[in-house]
Design a protein around this ligand. Structure first.
Ligand code: SAH
Length: 395
């Protein structure tokens, strides 16, 4: 077996079953492994530590497949991992009954680094984000088809992180039938059309499912400002939950149009919602100048920080919208504020939000802390997989 030898003392994270080995931790690579090829990982004293996939161009040069010396990386290995991930999802309540779209494989947290698989009804949408899973793609697709009895598997690996692995962006059908232009999914009481070809990520922000449902249960009679509305997720939840009026704001006209279709799909009267195509940062300032206020405001922006050197700017962005959000609330109003940047840790997000309240001249209480839905699994050994966080605040 080809081999990666670690620098002295760099075995500690592997011993805690964290799957990543950074380039700086590697002393020597033996046997010239190719991209994605399986290698043994050993300490400087030649103690066997793990077996992983080698990615020569990536800062994350090896991702561990297994910490069991007797486990080979073969067909049975991938079958076991997929079966285990599916069994975990089956134990979560609501899967396939209360909602018909969910994550069935969450990469590192399911022991398959770099592999994302989401189920949308009868179809799977996959992302291969690391060299190891890319090398085994045909086998993984064959097993997914067999084990999930899906009608088709569509790839959405058209994402820039692939470039860090020395891979190119790609998308298209990998197995079975082409998915329809719009797949209808159900999330609790809400229905949505998902465009798995053009939509963000694999098509929909499935990670926010439970948080949208929380708003659904607490929206009766409220005026709701849904910022960064995408295809209407929180807006549909609020309207269906009995909100008096929903204002969706997004910079993308096509996304707002899909949001309207989703409102119609749920039988929401046109008079109960409006769409505003605008930059949220500008629009909130305009509303402030006009003195316009809301009972509930949702702030679910895109990832502001992708890399550590973006963090300052990201912090300013989160604080800016938090200040504006607080200022636009009616007395007793509620702010739902989220961050999906993994680098923004919950304590920091809380502090920035508190700074925002202070600058807005508001006192606020935390009613609830939000996270990603549990099908977006978080392994205890891989805390990086916990990326979505949110706060519900009452002024
Ligand atoms: N809350 C949504 C997901 C939001 S995704 C859901 O539950 O489904 C983030 C959205 O923000 C995208 O639709 C993107 O078009 C929009 N966006 C990004 N920057 C923006 C800006 N400055 N102003 C308004 N919308 C923006």
């Amino acid at each position: 077996m080809k081999k990666v030898i670690l620098e002295k003392g760099r075995e500690k994270s592997l011993q805690r079953h964290h799957p990543w080995i950074f380039s700086g931790a590697i002393k020597q690579v033996e046997g010239k492994p190719g991209r994605g090829e399986t290698v043994d990982i050993v300490s400087i004293g030649n103690d066997w530590l793990a077996r992983g996939s080698y990615s020569p161009d990536s800062q994350i040069t090896v991702r561990a497949w297994t910490f069991d010396k007797d486990e080979n990386i073969d067909r049975d290995f991938f079958r076991r991992k997929i079966v285990k991930a599916l069994e975990f999802r089956q134990r979560l309540s609501g899967i396939g009954t209360d909602f018909t779209a969910y994550r069935i494989i969450a990469a590192e947290s399911d022991g398959l680094p770099g592999l994302i698989v989401d189920r949308y009804g009868d179809f799977l949408v996959v992302q291969f984000l690391a060299s190891g899973v890319e090398l085994h793609k045909p086998l993984i697709i064959e097993l997914l088809a067999e084990l999930t009895a899906c009608k088709g598997i569509y790839e959405r690996s058209d994402v820039a992180v692939r470039l860090k692995e020395g891979l190119t962006e790609t998308a298209g059908l990998l197995y079975g039938e082409e998915p329809p232009a719009k797949i209808e999914i159900r999330e609790h009481a809400q229905k949505f059309y998902v465009d798995v070809r053009q939509g963000h990520k694999t098509g929909f922000y499935l990670d926010q499912r439970d948080n949208r449902d929380y708003l659904y249960k607490h929206a009766v009679g409220k005026t709701v400002l849904n910022c960064f509305s995408y295809t209407g997720g929180f807006g549909v939840a609020a309207a269906l939950g009995g909100a008096a009026m929903v204002t969706n704001v997004d910079s993308s006209a096509p996304m707002l149009a899909q949001g309207s279709e989703n409102m119609q799909l749920n039988g929401i009267d046109e008079k109960r919602y409006e769409n505003i195509e605008a930059d949220v940062f500008c629009l909130l300032r305009k509303f402030r100048a006009e003195g316009r206020k809301f009972d509930v405001i949702v702030l679910d922006p895109p990832k502001f920080a992708d890399a550590k050197n973006h963090m300052d700017k990201a912090c300013r962005g989160y604080k800016d919208i938090a200040i504006l959000g607080f200022q636009l609330l009616n007395p007793g109003g509620q702010l739902y504020t989220f961050s999906c940047s993994g680098l923004m840790v919950p304590e920091l997000f809380l502090k920035i939000t508190a700074d925002g309240a202070l600058d807005a001249g508001m006192d606020a209480h935390i009613i609830k802390r939000f996270s990603q839905a549990p099908d977006h699994a978080v392994s205890l050994h891989f805390p990086e997989s916990q990326y979505l966080k949110g706060l519900l605040l009452n002024i």
